[in-house]
Design a protein around this ligand. Structure first.
Ligand SMILES: *[C@@H]1O[C@H](CO)[C@@H](O)[C@H](O)[C@H]1NC(C)=O
Ligand SMILES: *[C@@H]1O[C@H](CO)[C@@H](O)[C@H](O)[C@H]1NC(C)=O
Ligand SMILES: *[C@@H]1O[C@H](CO)[C@@H](O)[C@H](O)[C@H]1NC(C)=O
Ligand SMILES: *[C@@H]1O[C@H](CO)[C@@H](O)[C@H](O)[C@H]1NC(C)=O
Ligand SMILES: *[C@@H]1O[C@H](CO)[C@@H](O)[C@H](O)[C@H]1NC(C)=O
Ligand SMILES: *[C@@H]1O[C@H](CO)[C@@H](O)[C@H](O)[C@H]1NC(C)=O
Ligand SMILES: *[C@@H]1O[C@H](CO)[C@@H](O)[C@H](O)[C@H]1NC(C)=O
Length: 314
């Protein structure tokens, strides 16, 4: 009997393997990357996903939980940018976007108050549109009902699945030292939907409050000036994972924050590039050439062949 059961499981596992698993890259939102080419050298930095219940939830298979996860950030049925998400640390390793050249110091739209989360990180089968926590829990409940998944066990409950799969409001709520630091900032966009799309937990990291409101904010403003004369300015903003965490080791506090840009003309030919790197303290942002940033990242990340833009945006 036991033998037959394991055979049945094996057959089910094989049948499932044939289904498409998590996307292996940003192929659906490649327009946010210079030359539609994805940054290299970041694939092996993330930590694996872990559950605190010993059994896997009934609706999830281990191979779906690849870390990093490739998120095409979807809001209002449109893609707005891309984020490489470290499931083990519950932070994005970077977000890639196009800076809107029309952006200025004075944003026009009302600031969005609430952050969204990513239902796809819970169950692959859920819709790829970012949603508020409350609505995500409802979606998980409907998915469970549709798939005959029992919520009598904690491991299948929305209240467990949602915060296990990603950072949520409670992780950042009332933290005295760390803000929800946007990687792709609202201020680099003009359209309300693009601005709203940045308010999602898979685009923020615990950032030193003084840095977020001080030197990093000023650096983001200087970046708008770097867009002068560009037809398109591609930006990738990311982190170096650190050794400290917020909220009982749930969300990693980056040791550094970095950013790089590649600016191109109307023939998609590079005009200039540049980068910045800062400790996650209220320190100054060091502005540097792209090559210099990549060398520093290789040391900080213990990685080889870090390449943010194809052919170094030359
Ligand atoms: C992206 O992944 C798809 C399969 O998921 C693959 O066909 C394609 O070649 C990949 N593209 C890049 C640029 O790696
Ligand atoms: C990541 O790890 C895999 C498997 O260990 C290896 O094949 C691949 O070359 C690594 N990629 C990078 C960018 O280091
Ligand atoms: C945002 O979320 C908080 C708590 O989750 C809630 O009390 C508040 O009403 C929400 N704000 C808006 C504008 O929906
Ligand atoms: C697992 O984590 C969830 C969410 O962080 C928590 O509410 C729950 O009590 C934990 N369960 C166990 C068995 O540790
Ligand atoms: C953006 O968010 C604000 C605040 O939640 C909302 O009032 C507005 O309708 C949203 N705009 C778009 C285009 O989604
Ligand atoms: C900031 O980062 C630099 C480079 O990684 C390091 O040498 C320095 O000690 C750090 N300073 C602080 C205050 O953490
Ligand atoms: C850095 O990476 C190399 C090769 O992947 C590994 O052998 C080494 O232990 C790593 N060092 C640290 C400090 O993580």
């Amino acid at each position: 009997m036991k033998m037959m059961l394991s055979l049945a499981w094996l057959l089910i596992a094989i049948a499932h393997k044939a289904e498409p698993l998590i996307s292996e890259n940003f192929t659906d939102c490649r327009e946010f990357f210079y030359n539609q080419w994805f940054p290299d050298g970041f694939q092996n930095i993330s930590l694996p996903h872990h559950f605190n219940c010993t059994d896997l939830p009934d609706g999830i298979e281990a191979e779906e939980l690849t870390s990093p996860a490739y998120i095409c950030q979807q809001y209002d049925n449109k893609y707005h940018f891309a984020s490489l998400y470290d499931r083990g640390r519950r932070v994005p390793l970077y977000s890639a976007y196009i800076l809107d050249r029309r952006s200025t110091d004075k944003p026009t739209n009302k600031r969005k108050k609430n952050f969204s989360i990513e239902p796809q990180l819970v169950y692959r089968g859920l819709d790829g549109t970012m949603l508020r926590e409350h609505n995500t829990k409802i979606k998980i409940g409907i998915y469970n009902t549709d798939h005959g998944i029992s919520e009598r066990e904690e491991k299948n409950r929305p209240s467990y699945l949602m915060p296990t799969s990603q950072a949520v409001d409670a992780d950042y709520y009332k933290n005295k030292h760390y803000d929800r630091g946007h990687l792709n900032p609202r201020g680099h966009h003009v359209d309300a939907d693009k601005q709203n799309a940045t308010f999602t937990f898979t685009n923020v990291v615990p950032m030193n409050k003084g840095l977020n409101n001080g030197n990093w904010n000023r650096y983001e403003r200087r970046m708008m000036g770097n867009a002068d004369g560009c037809t398109t300015m591609y930006v990738v903003t990311g982190i170096v994972p650190g050794n400290n965490w917020i909220n009982n080791n749930r969300v990693n506090i980056p040791s550094h924050v970095w950013s790089a840009y590649c600016c191109v003309d109307n023939n998609a030919k590079p005009i200039r590039s540049g980068a910045g790197l800062v400790n996650n303290t209220k320190d100054m942002v060091y502005e540097m050439e792209l090559n210099e940033l990549q060398m520093q990242l290789e040391t900080l990340l213990n990685a080889t062949n870090i390449e943010v833009f194809q052919n170094n945006c030359i």
